[in-house]
Design a protein around this ligand. Sequence first.
Ligand SMILES: Cc1cc2nc3c(=O)[nH]c(=O)nc-3n(C[C@H](O)[C@H](O)[C@H](O)COP(=O)(O)OP(=O)(O)OC[C@H]3O[C@@H](n4cnc5c(N)ncnc54)[C@H](O)[C@@H]3O)c2cc1C
Length: 461
Amino acid sequence: MALKADVAIVGAGPAGLFAALELAEKSRLKILVVEQGKPPRQRSCPEQLYKGCAKCSPCNVLSGVGGAGTLSSGRLNLRPDIGGNLYPLVGEEEAWKLVEYVDSVFLRYGSPRKLYNPHGPEVEELERKAAAAGVKFIPIPQREIGTDNAPRVIQNFMEDLERKGVRFLLQRKVEGLGKGELTLNGGEKLYAKYILVAPGRSGHSWLAEEARKLGIPTRHEPIDIGVRVEVPAIIMEPVARISRDPKFHIYTEKYDDFVRTFCVNHRGFVCLEVYEEDGMVGVNGHSMESVQSQNTNFAFLVRMGLTEPLEDTTAYGQMIARQVTRLGGGKPIVQRLGDLIRGRRSTWDRVEKGNVEPTLKTVTPGDIAMALPHRIVTDIIEGLEKLDKVIPGVASPSTLLYAPEVKFSANRIYTNKDLETPVEGLFVAGDGAGLSRGIVTAAATGIIAARGILKKEGLPA
Ligand SMILES: Cc1cc2nc3c(=O)[nH]c(=O)nc-3n(C[C@H](O)[C@H](O)[C@H](O)COP(=O)(O)OP(=O)(O)OC[C@H]3O[C@@H](n4cnc5c(N)ncnc54)[C@H](O)[C@@H]3O)c2cc1C
């Protein structure tokens, strides 16, 4: 027998969960969330170690209730223009209200109350120092759920939704999208008046393909390509005291490219990402309260937009990541910055001589210059040298660089302001639709789409 619901939500990441909450609290609609992954408690590292091992590092437990990074560091960037941009969608005032509301919901479900809110003379001094080096420091209020707390917070969220009548269909994959209907793996049909698709970055290619079949226009967005940098934690201590995830924006001299720090994990771990489709590898990072390392890692990313003849930024990013995977013998490449600048490969012997012990061991010491385009390598070296003027020691010869770190951008799916596509009743939200790039913004777009559905039902949003 076919499944039925008033609203079917595809994906139980922040976008899907917050959409379900909004609908459950403001309507009597029957809501069914379809999620291909597992419940939160079954997704965590069995030994609670999260030491970047290939098998159970959080980066490899991406799918499931809670979505991608929520079960990683779960860092909430409490600004509407970080991790996407909510201003064009709802305007400045409403965007801030949404961010505050998302934060309050995470607090309700048990997120730690500690708020990192950079302000005061120390911040002014950092801003001044950065400006003098041609670097922009972006102060952002942040809260960190933490890898060890996240499964509990998401479990509380899910249980509350279930109490409010939301049903979950777990470990079922949606394979086809249509007007008012979904096709699940095994061919089973699910009929719903409204469908909200929030499949995250892992589902973005699938969503783009389904949109193409349905005649919904899409647009390629710029991609971020670079490395994960690892330095001794002591070097980052002064800025980590000011901001949990300090964000620095830099324009490079030679190419005038935009380079930024992203996802800083103070006393954290670098971890391995393996893309299911073809074994292509990448790196990421995470941190937690209970287990700490002696290092700090952060992504250092170059933004690349493409025009004709190759507009497909995903294809470009995959090409690069596959090349690195190949050169690294199926593992990411690690190199000391000093070796990269001197034009020689790193070896385990050279890495061991440096003063940064890698927190990810499933890597091949090698030469990043053989694998990443010259423009990106130049941007990374120039960018780190500028950043070194703000954080002395960041560009030391023994600084470790892991490649590839690629932040794929989903195609932006064409929608109206309520995030409804040209197919009536079909809404999209979150990273998979190119609407967000972070937990808070993804959650906010889920709420916007849910309010679009409420509006169509004539209910107050
Ligand atoms: C390792 C890592 C760490 C991160 N850390 C942070 C951080 O600290 N702070 C931050 O703001 N952002 C972080 N991010 C980014 C953040 O996780 C995402 O921006 C956010 O989770 C996007 O939410 P979403 O709901 O759009 O998608 P997702 O969270 O990706 O959720 C989508 C869900 O849909 C499911 N799904 C996909 N396709 C289908 C299908 N066909 N059928 C059924 N289910 C499907 C997936 O299994 C997934 O659970 C991190 C990302 C990663 C990978």
